[in-house]
Design a protein around this ligand. Structure first.
Ligand code: NDP
Length: 303
């Protein structure tokens, strides 16, 4: 039997429509338009696409996006000076620095310099600390999107065994923390795995909910998944894949695939996210929500 699809794209569209209404209400009440500053350093093609998508998504819900494109060779001091300027600017509510930064720039130093009240990615240690204590200010976009997706499909997390494969600061660790929170969307029993985990398939097979955030194409195979499990695929990997065209000829095409072997795993899982159209659209959506919440926060308690 084939798994049910967790439609991230459709869910993201619904949430974006809700955010658009909320933004309009906020603007009507405060006469302030939420504004997000997006900083891109260098010419990385994937980052350019991500940033453009974020810009378009902002426009569609009424969040103002302010783009700052800096050359590859920008010195750290210049980037830090821009962040200080944006921190001090009351008309800017959220600041996002697109990662990865060019070699030679200390990523941590840059992210730590963002005012925690404007840290819409929730990477600042203060926001990570608040999340780990169960009183989050902003929720990190990808894990937050996954939590909202599961809630939309009424997938229970309470008391469930959740296994997250990947321990990055951006996805794996905060994902584990979110499932661990008390209350709706949390209350799970969480295991976080990584490249040093022994007997990984044995552990993943115990998961009622399995989240793959590894960065390795089609790594999770069908025999790593418990029948009926919910499988969330965070991975975004570009690979050359062999396909057969309408004339029966085999050819290599460039394809975006996840960390889960979708075709095989969908025959075992109960629910599964596709790639593309799964987690990706939700990540950007949660960024929009964080930008609105940042504007609310700063309007309620101006510095
Ligand atoms: P990282 O490279 O930072 O982390 C990967 C994690 O996977 C690490 O913790 C690593 O372990 C673990 N890992 C690697 N190999 C194995 C293995 N063989 N067995 C078990 N664990 C392993 O990646 P990110 O968390 O930033 O991203 C993960 C994936 O998600 C990528 O494909 C990325 O493109 C995608 N992504 C998608 C987003 C979206 O919106 N859809 C948003 C963010 C990321 P260790 O720590 O030991 O090295």
């Amino acid at each position: 039997m084939s798994a049910n699809i967790l439609d991230g794209k459709g869910t993201a569209e619904q949430i974006r429509a809700e955010i658009k209404e909320e933004v309009a209400k906020f603007v009507a009440e405060t006469k302030i338009q939420p504004a997000l500053a997006v900083v891109l350093v260098g010419e990385d093609p994937a980052s350019q696409v991500y940033v453009r998508n974020k810009e378009l998504a902002c426009e569609k819900v009424g969040v103002k996006s302010l783009m700052y494109r800096l050359p590859q060779e920008t010195p750290s001091e210049e980037l830090l000076a821009l962040i200080a300027k944006l921190n001090a600017d009351n008309s800017v509510h959220g600041i996002l620095v697109q990662l990865p930064l060019p070699k030679g720039i200390d990523e941590k130093k840059v992210l730590d310099a963002i005012d925690p009240q404007k840290d819409v990615d929730a990477f600042h240690p203060e926001n990570v600390g608040l999340l780990s204590q169960g009183r989050p200010r902003f929720l990190p976009c990808t894990p937050y999107g996954i939590q909202r997706l599961l809630r939309r499909y009424e997938i229970e997390t309470k008391g469930k065994r959740v296994v997250v494969v990947g321990r990055s600061d951006i996805v794996g660790k905060p994902m584990g923390l979110l499932f661990l929170q008390k209350g709706e969307g949390g209350d799970a029993t969480v295991t976080i795995c990584h490249s040093r985990t022994e007997n990984l398939p044995e552990i993943t097979r115990q998961a009622d909910i399995l989240v793959a955030a590894i960065g390795k194409a089609e790594f999770v195979k069908a025999d790593m998944v418990k029948p009926g499990a919910v499988v969330v695929d965070v991975g975004m990997n570009r690979i050359a894949k062999e396909t057969t065209d309408e004339n029966g000829e085999k050819k290599l095409v460039n394809k975006l695939v996840g960390d889960v072997d979708f075709d095989a795993v969908k025959e075992v899982a109960g629910w599964i996210t596709p790639v593309p159209g799964g987690v990706g659209p939700l990540t950007v959506t949660m960024l929009l929500l964080n930008a609105l919440n940042a504007a609310r926060l700063q309007t309620a308690a101006p510095k």
